[in-house]
Design a protein around this ligand. Structure first.
Ligand SMILES: *Cc1c(COP(=O)(O)O)cnc(C)c1O
Length: 374
């Protein structure tokens, strides 16, 4: 477990450094309200975006909040050819009193820099990362939904915008932050997902980019994800590339197993798994609730036989987008097992409730995880 010590209130923000150019024709209020009343995931964006640019030898500058709109990108921009790109994902939550809060943004900022290091991208000061979010949300605050289990999804990212066709780290990097109001991930109530075990494909290998949040990892996951859909599942589970025996994670979520005796297990971080902030928060809360959480190598075989024998009572996945998601079925060409009769388990739903209660301000934030931004 890492980064559970940062105190949310402690980090300074560089929001005042962002020059704001307001949209001359933002979406009319009635249309915005109509959009907020019919939320999907990632299809609607707010009126503005934040940006910065890094130039080799000069550092970060050009901090701005500008109207949301298409980018001008040279066709030779390095990102389009060599995929030098990373991103983050976090949410702004509106509490019942109208205030707006982020969940552990310092952890996202730190992970952004860890990803940046792996992709040979420049480090971004934490106060710029948080400052860009505060500056954008200050302008687009009415876009933060106030309805239950809704939030403003924030997507910070940076990429190689320098125009050249040579293989080296780019000397010009653009940082952008866009925001999208999102509704509940499961509009009809929480339904356990079916998971397909990837066949012959891995998302990451030892020494690769598996523990960096980069677009390239997702590109590699799309074909197996498509095969999962063809097999009647919603998500794909990746096994380790070295032996093809150990659970790693889903395309964009970490995975947990709940034993009948209440012990909880999750794959240990080996460098090929993305270290989820939801993952580390869930581990901490489960431990504080007196549960035993073990980070270890978990074989697909033991999960399969454990589910069949009833020794494994629940399986769940977690990530910022869907929070905590029950897994009701695990399938591959060799087997097809139903977990907990295909219904959401009590440990899964309990930890989901515990986490969202803090995020939405329904429960006291004893961890110092929330940061008020509006
Ligand atoms: C973002 C991501 C996760 C979940 O991380 P959170 O910080 O919990 O949102 C898990 N796996 C992958 C591959 C990811 O990109």
């Amino acid at each position: 477990m890492t980064d559970t010590t940062a105190s949310a209130a402690a980090t300074a923000s560089n929001a005042a450094a962002f020059e704001v150019r307001r949209h001359e024709a933002p979406l009319p209020v009635a249309e915005r309200n109509a959009a907020l009343a019919d939320l999907r995931f990632g299809t609607q964006f707010t009126d503005h975006m934040a940006r910065m640019q890094w130039v080799n030898g000069e550092g970060w500058g050009d901090r701005r909040v500008v109207p949301y709109g298409p980018l001008q990108l040279d066709p030779a921009a390095a990102v389009l050819h060599y995929a030098q790109e990373i991103f983050e994902g976090l949410k702004a939550y509106r509490w019942a009193d109208g205030s707006v809060h982020l969940f552990r943004p310092e952890a996202n900022a730190q992970r952004f820099n860890k990803s940046a290091h792996r992709l040979a991208l420049p480090q971004l000061p934490v106060e710029d990362f948080i400052g860009s979010i505060e500056a954008l949300v200050a302008v687009d605050e009415p876009w933060v939904p106030g309805t239950e289990e809704s939030s403003l999804y924030l997507r910070p990212y940076m990429f190689a915008s320098e125009a050249f066709l040579g293989v080296r780290p780019a000397h010009v990097i653009d940082y952008l932050l866009i925001a999208s109001p999102v509704g509940p991930y499961f509009p009809g109530g929480i339904k356990p997902v079916s998971i397909w075990v990837a066949q012959g494909f891995h998302r990451a290998g030892p020494g690769g980019t598996g523990d960096a949040k980069c677009g390239g990892n997702y590109a590699a996951s799309l074909l197996p994800q498509q095969q999962a859909i063809e097999a009647g599942c919603q998500q794909v589970l990746f096994l380790d590339a070295k032996e093809g025996r150990f659970l790693e994670e889903l395309g964009g979520m970490n995975v947990f197993v709940v034993r009948r005796d209440g012990t909880i297990e999750t794959p240990r971080l080996t460098g090929t798994i993305l270290e989820g902030i939801t993952r580390s928060s869930v581990i901490q809360q489960l431990e504080d609730d007196g549960r035993k959480v073990i980070e270890k190598d978990i074989t697909l075989d033991e999960v399969r036989t454990g589910v069949e024998s009833g020794d494994i009572a629940e399986v769940f996945a977690c990530g910022t987008a869907a929070v905590v998601t029950p897994v009701g079925r695990l399938a591959s060409p060799d087997f097809d097992v139903t977990i907990n009769d295909g219904v959401a388990g009590t440990v899964t739903m309990g930890i989901r409730q515990r986490l969202t209660d803090i995020q939405y301000g329904r429960d006291e934030d004893t961890y110092g995880w929330m940061r008020r931004i509006a």
